[in-house]
Design a protein around this ligand. Structure first.
Ligand SMILES: *Cc1c(COP(=O)(O)O)cnc(C)c1O
Length: 372
């Protein structure tokens, strides 16, 4: 007690300098960031985060209950996660000879990739607008980020992208396929030109694979600098936090050194492996969501004052005259979507709605018409 008192007296005088303040200690680029904002959705129909609106069938949930009950949570998880990796390998068409790296969500894999290439002059290249974490995580890792604008209709500007690759020689390129928040898939031939022109790694982020049913996974055999990233989040298991990267062992063995030893916990490993033994359930849900997406798209396209952009994902981006007004109007009527109006200049007056259940989508459409 007395010792603490002495310390307090001495703080700030000649014996003990004042400790640094956050603005003196924390890197400028970190202080310039705003934290990833997750709004409170209590009491609202939640159509803002690309979650799957369906629960798993009761019988499967009971099975998962037994898995959780028997899980050895007193032990550290299997660091190699071999059971889960085998389940991923067989349910996700991972090509022979390719390695799998697991992450606590694919966000963690983006971070591992950024840390791995973070040499003093390294560059990460992304297309804009796209998934915000590429740019944020580049800042976390102290890597320069270059964003190449998409065209006004959100298609790929191949010439501009190839020119930027030539100029900046990026160590790492992230491409969301389909793209978030625009919902479209870029042209395959153009993407292969990018893979061929890239001096470093190209990561195809296939977070929405089940809604697009197109993949670069088979191309891994042809392109040594290509990696494919997936997540179980948009597939219906967002709460488990599991993402994975597929690619050649020569790359993944290096990346694995940056992975924290027990990054995927016991419950996630065991529950995910059990669910992946029933991929048909997830595929049925994805098919229902794709059907609802078509209905929602048709309804949105029929409303005057709305421009809806084509989507191969489980969300639809649309533009209105006044996004702030519509967003608030929807919220007052109990519907939460995402306002992207200030996220990027090309997204002015754009909103993004996640495809929900038939009932949720109907509630959204009714509230939307009243909010325009
Ligand atoms: C949602 C999303 C992710 C993040 O997925 P997690 O596995 O939940 O971290 C990655 N990439 C894109 C393009 C996304 O939209």
């Amino acid at each position: 007690m007395q010792k603490l008192g002495v310390l307090r007296v001495l703080r700030g005088n000649a014996f003990m300098p004042m400790p640094l303040r956050p603005d003196q200690l924390i890197r400028d680029e970190i202080r310039a960031l705003s934290a990833y904002h997750v709004p409170d959705a209590t009491g609202l129909v939640k159509l803002d985060a690309m979650e799957n609106p369906y629960l798993l069938p009761l019988a499967l949930r009971h099975e998962l209950g037994r898995v959780a009950q028997d899980a050895a949570i007193n032990r550290y998880p299997d660091a190699a996660a071999s059971t889960l990796k085998a389940a991923i390998r067989s349910s996700m068409q991972v090509p022979e000879g390719m390695e799998i790296l697991l992450g606590n969500g694919s966000d963690e894999i983006i971070q591992i990739l950024a840390l791995a290439i973070a040499k003093p002059n390294a560059v990460i290249l992304g297309l804009e607008p796209s998934f915000v974490m590429y740019k944020m995580i580049a800042a976390f890792a102290g890597v320069r980020y270059v964003g190449v604008p998409l065209k006004a209709d959100f298609t790929l500007d191949l010439d501009a992208t190839l020119a930027a690759i030539h100029e900046h020689q990026p160590a790492l390129i992230f491409i969301a396929y389909p793209n978030n928040p625009t919902g479209n898939v870029f042209d395959d031939a153009a993407l292969l030109r990018i893979v061929e022109a890239a001096p470093g790694l190209v990561v195809m982020d296939e977070a929405y694979h089940v809604f697009a049913l197109r993949s670069f996974m088979p191309q891994l055999l042809r392109y040594p600098n290509l990696l494919v990233m997936r997540t179980l989040s948009k597939l219906g298991l967002a709460g488990l936090r599991l993402g994975f990267l597929v690619g050649r062992p020569a790359w993944l063995n290096e990346l694995d050194k940056l992975r924290l030893p027990y990054n995927v916990n016991v419950l996630t490993q065991q529950v995910a492996a059990q669910v992946l033994a029933h991929t048909e359930v997830l595929e049925q849900q994805a098919a229902a969501i794709r059907g609802e997406r078509t209905r929602l798209m048709q309804a949105l396209s029929g409303i005057t004052g709305i421009q809806a952009f084509p989507s191969d994902a489980n969300f639809i981006l649309f533009r209105v005259a006044n996004a702030d007004k519509v967003f608030e109007g929807l919220k007052q009527r109990g519907i939460l979507i995402k306002n992207l109006s200030r996220a990027h200049p090309q997204l002015k007056n754009c909103l993004r709605v996640t495809v929900g259940t038939a009932d949720e989508n109907q509630q959204f459409l009714t509230a939307l018409t009243a909010s325009l």
